[in-house]
Design a protein around this ligand. Structure first.
Ligand SMILES: Cc1cc2nc3c(=O)[nH]c(=O)nc-3n(C[C@H](O)[C@H](O)[C@H](O)COP(=O)(O)O)c2cc1C
Length: 375
């Protein structure tokens, strides 16, 4: 049981960032594809109703595609055209209405995009290859030209400007989970030769696409920039991610969110905070930079949250924030419950059982929702 003073001091502590972005507490809603947007990716009343109920220090939207060729899932939010702006403004307002700050997660899914959304039959990634579509089937991936890579970077810039115009407080660049920017970092998906600037044979080449996106966004907006990265993947070790995070810090991003491949495991099977060990390795390597760290993946209890945020007294082991995804699908006002229970001296874990039932309705077009508990 975490006592009230510790909870208030560690969890309900404001995080002060540049541009007067003061995040009211350290429990954040991880970026979550809700599968509820209109077919053209614009915001509708269902999206607004859903986000108006979520309360966290910072609420990230689901991944917003920065160009139609980068869209992978049904009901995914668009941030790829001027007409998206009014809906994105409504969305930022809905998030602010609960006292949360609003973060826009931006993505191009690269080889993992589904070309069906723009009537094509191939998607574009770092190298020629194939991609298995989660809902079935295999499609061809074609290597991007340098001009295509530069054009996607520009799409990120336009999307970031639109997000800030819409009132979002923070930009979250999706550099994880096997999408375009991670595809460049992972030699299993990036096979570009040594003489290519985005080559797979040097950390410089593998990191270039992501670093260029950060630098380009930084030139046009002054809100804090966060980057979500994998802690590892089949072709990448945490030590290499540590070197990547140094470059991310050097490019001027403020915080990295450590996730991983197989991002949605069951903490009952693999343990709570299942990317912690790899995240610690990454932190150790980046020790002399001042970039902030958040951790995501299977975090479920107040006790673990306090342990991660306090580092059990060790600065090296301390995270600046933690993120939850599935628990907020199950209980959008989970923080209110934990605050109340803390006052009453009786904290219970998140109710989410990590069954992954929440994905199913979204794939069939009715939006991400908890199928285990109905209030
Ligand atoms: C329904 C669903 C949608 C998700 N959508 C996104 C997304 O849009 N962007 C992202 O970075 N991660 C996404 N994730 C991964 C989560 O942000 C998070 O990293 C992962 O679920 C582990 O956290 P948890 O154990 O608290 O659920 C999604 C996960 C789920 C279950």
């Amino acid at each position: 049981m975490v006592n009230k003073e510790v909870w208030e001091k560690v969890v309900l502590q404001q995080l002060e960032l540049p541009n007067q972005v003061n995040i009211p507490n350290r429990i954040w809603r991880a970026a979550t594809w809700m599968g509820m947007a209109n077919p053209d990716g614009t915001v509708n009343d269902t999206v607004i109703d859903t986000y108006s109920k979520i309360k966290a220090g910072l609420v990230f939207t689901g991944f917003q595609y920065v160009s139609p060729e980068g869209k992978s899932l049904i009901g995914q939010l668009s941030n790829s055209k001027p007409e998206d702006l009014p809906g994105l403004k409504r969305l930022a307002d809905a998030i602010h209405s609960t006292g949360s700050l609003a973060g826009a997660q931006l993505v191009h899914c690269g080889g993992a995009a589904n070309p069906r959304f723009c009537h094509g039959d191939v998607s574009f990634g770092p190298s020629d290859g194939e991609f298995r579509i989660p809902t079935g089937g295999i499609k061809k991936v074609k290597a991007m030209t340098i001009e295509q890579i530069e054009s996607v970077t520009q799409d990120y810039v336009e999307a970031a400007k639109r997000a800030v115009d819409a009132g979002f407080d923070v930009i979250n660049v999706h550099g994880a989970h096997g999408y375009q920017l991670w595809q460049f970092f992972d030699p299993n998906t990036n096979k570009r030769p040594k003489d290519d600037p985005y080559n797979s044979t040097s950390l410089e080449g593998r990191s270039k696409a992501l670093i260029e996106v950060i630098l380009a966004i930084k030139k046009v907006v002054d809100v804090p920039i966060f980057v979500k990265v994998n802690s590892s993947s089949s072709g990448t070790k945490p030590e290499e991610v540590g070197e990547l995070v140094k470059k991310i810090a050097h490019a001027g991003a403020h915080l990295v969110i450590i996730s991983g491949s197989r991002s949605t495991q069951n903490p009952k099977e693999v343990g709570e905070a299942y990317f912690l060990e790899k995240a610690m390795k990454i932190k150790e390597i980046t020790g002399d930079t001042d970039i902030l760290f958040a951790l995501v993946g299977g975090i479920r209890t107040p006790k673990t949250i306090v342990r991660l945020l306090s580092g059990n007294g060790s600065k090296k082991a301390r995270f600046d924030a933690i993120e939850l995804c599935r628990p907020f699908i199950c209980e959008p006002a989970l923080i209110d419950r934990w605050n109340l229970e803390t006052k009453m001296g009786n904290q219970n874990p998140a109710r989410c059982i990590s069954c992954m039932g929440c994905f199913e309705p979204a794939f069939s077009g009715s939006g991400t929702q908890c199928t285990s508990f109905k209030d």
